[in-house]
Design a protein around this ligand. Structure first.
Ligand code: DQA
Length: 145
């Protein structure tokens, strides 16, 4: 099984960035942990972070070429703005789970709308770094059942 983890803008700052909201874990630590779980589940895992909307769209297109079977995506602030990322995910038709570290519904109202949620397999928010691991387990179950 092949799974791609996509991380949007500012997630490279995890650990430093608003730790009260996003936790103290760095993106590197999250990805190390995911690689460990992926190894146990025999999943081929790739991770990609970008601060640029176009680079994320390009990576989604490349995922189709590379036969990626499932995407886990934290689109960061693009969650609330990006029709382009939504259209890319719909265009490649690769199933995906949307992940947010924070509970976006406890926060400002502009974070309550996502352009992706209605076309996602599922959404996990508010569980911090654990959300990615739970999403990976859910992806694994879907790919092997
Ligand atoms: C986020 C929530 C977004 O509203 C915010 O812009 C982020 C991170 C989260 O993981 O909680 O950058 O996606």
């Amino acid at each position: 099984a092949s799974v791609l983890v996509l991380q949007g803008p500012n997630l490279n700052l995890l650990g430093l960035r608003e730790p009260a909201v996003y936790g103290a874990t760095t993106l590197q630590q999250i990805h190390d942990q995911l690689h460990q779980v992926a190894g146990q589940l025999h999943i081929q895992l790739e991770t990609f972070q970008s601060n640029s909307e176009g680079a994320l769209v390009d990576r989604i297109h490349a995922a189709k070429q590379n036969n990626v079977q499932f995407i886990l995506i934290n689109p960061g602030a693009y969650t609330h703005t990006s029709v382009a990322i939504r259209d890319a995910l719909a265009g490649v038709a690769i199933p995906f789970i949307e992940v947010h570290l924070s509970n976006i519904y406890q926060r400002e109202s502009f974070r309550h709308h996502s352009f992706l949620s209605d076309i996602a397999v599922g959404v996990i928010c508010g569980l911090g770094a654990q959300g990615y691991e739970l999403a990976l387990q859910a992806a694994h179950q879907r790919l092997t059942q």
